[in-house]
Ligand binder design. Structure first.
Ligand code: C2E
Ligand code: MG
Ligand code: MG
Length: 492
């Protein structure tokens, strides 16, 4: 059978003085390749026809493998890259969104990879059938998706799109393994306002996503330059923090804790400081970054070692019963070697376990209760004291206090601040103190700044106080002097 437009093709050969021409044509379910050669000696055409159907099917398969997600059949990140380049070439406004399933790792841990894949597949089926055509949807990796939107390029329209997708996600996903609900976070950026090349657009959409991700109550974030600056600053800080220990930039201060009845220093809290390029950075700023990057594990270990070493020195100076409190972050606590490292540190520094207290926050209880209980029991069994820091600000639950071997509650400073004037704060503190007494716990109030605070806390029989009223956090030498003075005053 001759190819379609056979005479036009022959004319083309003659006009352009070509020797041959090759065309592909689809006839029914076959793809045929026609090679037409001109034979000038006899002024005739020689046609070779090859059936390339199989090759074409194989090529399409490879293209699908390369450009489509294998589980959900949605276009993948390579297709997104290509499409972004095409969109940018059009030079018309569009938006790039990325969204991810919240707590996906928890889903995988709870139900396994297979169930999570089925879940994602179901969700994508819903998306494919519901989303408008002007939205191009991509499946980047297990729980991450992207979309290109050519419609109105403003925040409200993008929020509406996000809501539409959330509406789909909120419908129960019925699988063989049961009914599931998923939550999503969205990050968007606009072309050309937030970037003129694909890499920058992708990076900025993900920056926006990380903001939505970090905020439990926000599901949507549109990129802005402040976000970019914040992320840049944090990344820089994490890089510097990596070397802070080696460069001797971290140091410790210790804040005395006063027993109100005996008027004696019973403990000191270890607080870390970072001297970075000449200025002191608050731990409230860098500890969350250390936690986020995992650096808290080596840094926390360094702090523990230094604190134990210094306390051993205090013990040998005659403060035999002094207890050093060390803050432990949730990520540090959940490290598999945590217990081993604490015990090894006590051994290495020759500090008695009764002189060490670990401060944990209520957040620690939220992850893996059984493991937490097991580690706490082991610490307790070895004679280490345990306290709950910032008590009242987290997910306090009475059942934790009953089940976990806690010695001490630290009332958060936010309640103490106005306890001399605000009746609600007064009531909260009185309740915590009464509760603690019933459970045989020691109660310490943090952030005690004024005599009026002290008077109120004494009146309700709070055991201990810590705060600027008694002493600011002190460096080692000054603390030694402060403790020596306090001991002399007590004798007199
Ligand atoms: P935190 O453990 O609750 O520590 C108490 C914070 O209150 C300290 O702030 C302390 O300096 C401050 N403070 C003490 N007395 C007063 C007062 O009378 N008034 C006011 N306004 N503040 C007072 P800092 O040192 O800035 O530490 C902030 C937080 O950073 C700590 O809160 C703790 O959560 C974390 N942190 C500090 N050092 C470490 C550490 O070595 N490891 C870990 N994981 N976290 C640490
Ligand atoms: Mg603390
Ligand atoms: Mg605290």
């Amino acid at each position: 059978m001759l190819p379609q437009n056979y005479s036009t093709l022959c004319q083309k050969i003659n006009k352009r003085k070509l020797q041959s021409i090759s065309v592909e044509q689809t006839i029914k379910k076959y793809v045929l390749q026609y090679n037409i050669n001109y034979l000038p000696d006899i002024d005739a055409y020689d046609i070779h026809i090859i059936d390339i159907t199989e090759r074409k099917i194989a090529e399409e398969k490879v293209r699908r493998l390369a450009f489509y997600h294998q589980v959900t059949n949605l276009p993948n990140q390579y297709k997104l890259n290509d499409d972004l380049v095409s969109e940018i070439t059009r030079q018309k406004e569009f938006s790039l969104g990325v969204f991810s399933i919240r707590n996906f790792n928890k889903l995988v841990t709870a139900y396994g990879v297979e169930v999570s894949n089925v879940l994602v597949d179901k969700f994508c089926d819903h998306l494919k059938t519901t989303l408008p055509d002007e939205l191009l949807l991509y499946h980047l990796n297990e729980n991450q998706f992207a979309l290109i939107y050519r419609g109105k390029n403003d925040e409200l329209s993008l929020q509406l799109i996000a809501k539409k997708i959330i509406y789909i996600a909120e419908k129960p996903l019925i699988t063989l393994y049961g009914e599931f609900f998923i939550e999503l976070d969205f990050g968007f950026c606009l072309y050309p306002t937030h970037g003129e090349d694909k890499n920058r657009l992708i990076k900025n959409a993900f920056s926006a996503l990380s903001v939505a991700h970090a905020n439990q109550h926000e599901y949507f974030s549109l990129f802005c330059t402040e976000v970019e600056y914040e992320i840049f600053r944090n990344t820089n800080m994490i890089d510097d923090l990596r070397n802070a220990v080696v460069k001797n930039e971290l140091f410790l201060v210790f804040q005395p804790q006063l027993n109100l009845a005996q008027q004696e220093i019973t403990g000191i809290e270890t607080l870390v400081r970072w001297k970075r390029e000449g200025s002191i950075i608050s731990p409230a700023e860098f500890i969350p970054l250390a936690e986020q990057s995992g650096l808290i594990v080596p840094i926390g270990q360094w702090i523990l070692e230094q604190a134990c070493r210094f306390t051993k020195e205090l013990v040998s100076l005659g403060h035999a019963d002094i207890v050093v409190a060390v803050n432990v972050s949730p990520r540090q606590f959940s490290h598999p070697d945590f217990l081993k490292l604490v015990l090894q540190t006590l051994k290495d520094t020759k500090l008695n376990a009764k002189n060490l207290e670990l401060e944990i926050t209520e957040g620690v209880f939220m992850h893996n209760e059984e493991m937490t209980l097991c580690v706490l029991n082991q610490l307790k069994k070895n004679g280490i004291q345990l306290s709950i820091d910032d008590f009242g600000t987290g997910y306090s639950s009475l059942s934790y206090l009953k089940r976990f071997p806690i010695d001490k509650l630290k009332i958060d400073q936010s309640f103490v601040k106005n306890c001399h004037t605000n009746d609600e704060d007064k009531a909260i503190i009185s309740t915590i103190v009464a509760l603690g007494k019933n459970l045989n716990l020691t109660i310490i109030a943090e952030g005690v700044e004024e005599l009026a605070h002290v008077d109120f806390l004494k009146s309700i029989h709070c055991d201990e106080i810590q705060g600027y009223w008694y002493s600011k956090p002190l460096e080692q030498d000054r603390l030694i002097a402060f403790m020596a003075n306090a001991a002399i005053e007590n004798i007199n």
